[in-house]
Design a protein around this ligand. Structure first.
Ligand code: AFP
Length: 350
């Protein structure tokens, strides 16, 4: 596709006369429309509390799964629901709702969303975003969001940062569009994005190091050892605390992102949700030549047991994801609770 092509035209080209593709394209168009309003809202920051009654960016309770819920989370959820309401969608699942909302059960597609990912960053003026996954509606509508990630028809995320951008896969590669505010239209800026297979940049919340499993300890230890260690090269570290921003950076210059399982209460399966965070991200990473796994299994192979199920997520440059998979499978790492190497060097201790 030619750079500068607008999203509407791109969706028309994709859909052609295929009704299922037309339904997918219409949902993406509606999400793009909603994203402009969410972008404006997040762009106003604290001013939103003045210009929009009741928006403070402060916590206002917890969602169904116990996450702190900001009023912007709720507002973004409402904006998306309003944008999708006129469309024939069988079911809509959201991080902000305990159960999916049933719309038109005979409709061919369903949608899962994280309306505002990274909302804990809102008051620090960091990039946040909206993540979405579009699935075929199965015969039993109750199983809609319990399908493996490989079933996805499309997935993407909007990043509300210096630019408002859409990262999109329709199962035939990854394209990045940026909002042209003058024309109020998303324009294609990077077609057929590919992630470099190798990288010297990792993203992990290092404050959780003492809780990680040995394979992750070993991998990060090697990165930190740099040229003095067995990897023989120095690494750079990033941690933004916003999955969409980390993913966009990886699509731009490569890298590996880890939110692994850890020993903290409630983090045995990591922090991120399989259905509306890990699955869409994994689809995008693989379509851009990268990889996404739990360390032991390919993310897109997993069958969700529940809608808000959490899963360890390791994604990005495929050679680094594969290295972590090998470390999780290697017997010598598994047999030691903490490799002596780590105990001796204790690079995190001082
Ligand atoms: P919030 O949406 O609650 O800000 O969580 C963001 C997130 O799910 C993901 O976007 C980040 O990568 C991750 O949490 C950051 O988690 P930590 O705060 O534990 O580092």
């Amino acid at each position: 596709m030619n750079p500068g092509l607008n999203l509407r035209q791109s969706m028309n080209d994709y859909a052609g006369t295929d009704p299922l593709r037309r339904a997918v394209g219409d949902v993406i168009g509606a999400l793009a429309h909603a994203s402009v309003e969410i972008s404006d809202l997040t762009g106003n920051g604290a001013l939103a509390g003045i210009t929009l009654a009741g928006i403070t960016g402060q916590a206002q309770g917890r969602n169904a799964d116990g996450d702190i819920q900001k009023d912007l989370d709720v507002r973004a959820d409402r904006i998306i629901r309003a944008a999708l309401e006129p469309l024939p969608i069988a079911a809509l699942a959201s991080e902000e709702a305990a159960e999916p909302e049933i719309g038109y059960p005979a409709a061919p597609i369903s949608v899962a969303i994280d309306p505002l990912d990274g909302s804990s960053n809102i008051d620090t003026n960091m990039s946040v975003g909206t993540i979405f996954s579009i699935l075929p509606t199965p015969r039993d509508i109750r199983a809609t969001f319990l399908q493996p990630g490989d079933a996805q028809l499309a997935a993407g995320f909007f990043v509300y940062g210096p630019q408002t951008s859409l990262v999109l896969t329709l199962g035939r590669g990854v394209d990045i569009f940026t909002l042209d505010r003058g024309e109020n239209a998303f324009k294609l800026i990077r077609p057929a994005v590919l992630i470099p297979p190798d990288t010297a940049e990792f993203a992990i919340n290092a404050s959780n190091q003492r809780h990680w499993e040995p394979p992750v300890q070993a991998f990060i230890e090697d990165c930190l050892a740099g040229t003095s260690g067995e990897r023989g090269k120095d690494f750079n570290m990033r941690w933004i605390g916003s999955l969409v921003a980390e993913a966009h950076r990886i699509l731009t210059r490569g890298g590996i992102f880890l939110y692994p399982a850890d020993a903290r209460e409630g983090y045995r399966d990591g922090r991120l949700r399989l259905v509306y965070e890990a699955n869409p991200m994994a689809f995008i990473m693989e379509q851009a030549g990268g990889a996404a796994s739990t360390g032991r299994q390919r993310i897109l192979d997993l069958t969700p047991a529940t809608l808000h199920q959490r899963v360890p997520l390791i994604m990005g440059s495929r050679n680094k994801v594969r290295r972590l998979d090998r470390l999780h499978m290697s017997p010598e790492i598994k047999s030691e609770p903490y490799p002596p190497l780590f105990a001796r060097r204790g690079l995190f201790r001082n």
